[in-house]
Design a protein around this ligand. Structure first.
Ligand SMILES: Nc1ncnc2c1ncn2[C@@H]1O[C@H](COP(=O)(O)OP(=O)(O)OP(=O)(O)O)[C@@H](O)[C@H]1O
Length: 187
């Protein structure tokens, strides 16, 4: 992340009030989840933004967590659009894996530049905003991107592990298309 982008975040909450500890008893059942339980999630209505940013992101809900970050549904509190457009914010607590979000951000930027220049169908999330905050007891870096639907895995579970044949073919075509693009980007 460039130094100019390392702006101090503005928040409407102070101290650690915007944070809550992640993990229920069930979540603490295995080793991976035990690691997650000591991390903290941002509470609903927490505001995150940069001092020079036009947008102020308001946390709506925690969508899920990956190996190195948490993902939230957010809206831009300063937007006058109605209905409010929803986005996804991925956060990363500063630590051993910090560079993963930086790498993800540069990949999204590169893809953005390509898709804008070539007006190609999107298969990737658009990078909307990014920043870093030190306003809470834990520092975290964040990116805001297009909000997409639930993962294929959760849809599969919702459908009792049954996809129709046309659906499978449609998914296969899209996966091949996106694989071709990833190859093009040499990611
Ligand atoms: N742009 C997005 N819109 C909606 N949900 C998202 C978005 N990005 C990620 N998610 C969801 O957030 C959760 C965590 O995603 P994340 O990308 O952090 O980890 P992952 O892909 O599951 O694993 P890994 O850490 O190995 O990349 C997943 O349930 C994913 O479906």
């Amino acid at each position: 992340m460039k130094s100019g982008e390392r702006q101090k975040a503005t928040t409407e909450r102070e101290g650690t009030r915007g944070l809550r500890t992640a993990g229920s008893k069930k979540q603490q059942g295995n080793k991976k989840k035990q690691v997650r339980s000591i991390k903290q999630l941002l509470a609903v209505n927490t505001k995150v933004g940069t001092s020079r940013g036009i947008r102020l992101w308001c946390i709506q809900m925690h969508i899920g967590s990956g190996g190195f970050g948490d993902v939230y549904r957010v809206i831009d509190e300063r937007s006058t659009k109605s209905p409010q457009q929803e986005y996804a914010m991925k956060t990363e607590i500063h630590g051993a894996h910090q560079r993963r979000l930086t790498i993800e951000k540069s990949i999204l930027k590169e893809i953005d530049a390509y898709t804008t220049a070539n007006s190609k169908t999107r298969h990737f999330c658009e990078l909307i905003d990014s920043g870093q905050t030190a306003d809470y007891s834990v520092n975290f870096a964040w990116i805001v991107m297009t909000l997409i639907g639930p993962s294929l895995d959760s849809v599969r579970r919702m459908l009792n592990k049954q996809f129709s044949k046309p659906c499978v073919i449609n998914m296969a075509v899209q996966i091949l298309e996106v694989s071709g693009k990833i190859f093009f980007f040499k990611i």
